[in-house]
Design a protein around this ligand. Structure first.
Ligand code: PYC
Length: 414
């Protein structure tokens, strides 16, 4: 590291704030405590302040902001889901994302690319047609296209998949599909919340939750007890650690999901391309890297290790689809945690414990939902009643067997 930079970083008198303040101490009490400084927690803090005037809020993170799922996903934004509720919910997120750089005065590198979900069989074409019809019904731009259209728009693609898979017979084409810089999403919501007076406490671990008479009374942390009558858990893959503290049962199971990037290349791939049969989803970032991932690791585990097995199989899928990548180097790989629900829809809103709210079950859909999560959870916390876009996503739905099946809209193999 250059000496100048090191000297700058170590200087105690460096004038904060930069993106957001780092308060020295937790106060004894807040109106709302948010556990988890990822995109969802920070967006909720921002909209609590902006839309509801609730600024006495602390966001606590055991590590650093955006260090969990927010910084580990492949940054795809889309709303081409399978159920009416899912489509409407994710479309609100797409709309909020499209204007977020302007609203928060920070370049999120949001770029609309068009999203192709490839089909390799008649059965998967049927699902694509179904999704296209539901999307159109809700006013979302999606259509089924044939191999000729795909080849014209993505000339480098091998429609025969190197002969290792059935050929591509069509796709669900979703023009609003986009990508954005994921770290920037966390930073900008942090800055936005901070400017409204929200406190962000990194390296602050929640060790217990105080519940009295079925209502939240506060949280225990490694820096002491904090009183709060409203607490949101927005910790994705760590949710079961938090819910265990209050004996709250959810159907969540946690699986690792790996991803990688190649060395940077000149721009050549405009679209976002997904193939469930080939187990691959990929896009080219604004930095030129090809970003991609495959299936969930097939075992329940809370671990963020990446494996050689993944890099090898992923490289094979990349080359089957795009032979032009055969000499391109993989630069980095990593893993994140996916909190999976049985119906692939999230768990959001109130819980049997008064004042305890949950934001979980994101599985592989968390990043794209960041703005709408913030907006709807802020409403829910402010009014102690679910926002209309998330009414069907409550924890209580599992007890009533009212599932919202979104597995058919997954890009990730399971
Ligand atoms: O749902 O678009 C998606 C996705 C891509 C990678 C993980 N999830």
């Amino acid at each position: 590291m250059p000496y100048q930079l090191l000297r700058f970083a170590m200087r105690k008198k460096y004038p904060e704030p930069r993106m957001f303040r780092s308060p020295d101490k937790l106060r004894d009490e807040y109106d709302v405590v948010i556990i988890g400084g990822g995109g969802h927690g920070l967006a909720t803090a921002y909209y609590l302040a902006k839309n509801h005037g609730i600024t006495d809020v602390a966001v606590l993170d055991q590590g650093y902001i955006g260090g969990g799922g927010t910084g580990r996903n492949t940054a795809i934004i889309r709303s081409n889901y399978l159920t009416e509720q899912g489509v409407a919910f994710y479309q609100r997120s797409v709309n909020l994302y499209a204007d977020l750089s302007r609203e928060l005065d920070f370049n999120l590198f949001y770029t609309k690319r068009g999203h192709y979900t490839l089909a390799h069989s008649d059965a998967s074409m049927r699902t694509m047609r179904w999704r296209a019809e539901v999307n159109k019904h809700v006013g979302v731009d999606s259509e089924v296209v044939g191999p000729g259209f795909i080849k014209k728009e993505i000339p480098q693609i091998d429609l025969q998949c190197g002969g290792h898979q059935p050929p591509i017979v069509g796709a669900l084409y979703h023009p609003p599909g986009a990508i954005a810089r994921h770290d920037a999403v966390a930073w900008t919501y942090a800055r936005g919340a901070d400017r409204h007076g929200v406190e962000i406490h990194q390296k602050t671990k929640v060790t217990g939750i105080e519940v009295r008479d079925h209502a939240v009374a506060g949280v225990h942390t490694d820096k002491g007890f904090v009183k709060a009558r409203k607490v949101l858990s927005a910790v994705a893959g760590w949710t079961t650690h938090i819910t265990k503290m209050i004996d709250l049962h959810t159907p969540l199971v946690i699986h690792p999901l790996q991803a990688l990037v190649t060395e940077p290349l000149k721009p050549w791939l405009d679209a976002i391309v997904v193939s469930g049969s080939l187990h691959v989803y990929m896009s080219q970032s604004t930095r030129g890297e090809v970003v991609g991932g495959a299936s969930l690791d097939p075992y329940e585990l809370i671990s963020m290790r990446s494996t050689l097995d993944f890099a090898e199989s992923m490289a094979g899928y990349f080359v089957d689809l795009f032979p032009c990548l055969s000499n391109v180097k993989i630069m980095r790989q990593w893993a994140g945690l996916c909190d999976m629900t049985p119906d692939f829809s999230p768990i959001m809103g109130t819980t049997p414990i008064r004042g305890f709210y949950i934001d979980a079950g994101w599985g592989t859909y968390g990043f794209k939902a960041t703005p709408v999560c913030g907006e709807t959870l802020a409403h829910t916390i402010a009014h102690n009643e679910e926002h209309k876009l998330i009414r069907l996503f409550t924890l209580a739905r599992f007890g009533r067997f009212e599932l919202v099946g979104e597995k058919g809209a997954a890009s990730v193999g399971h």
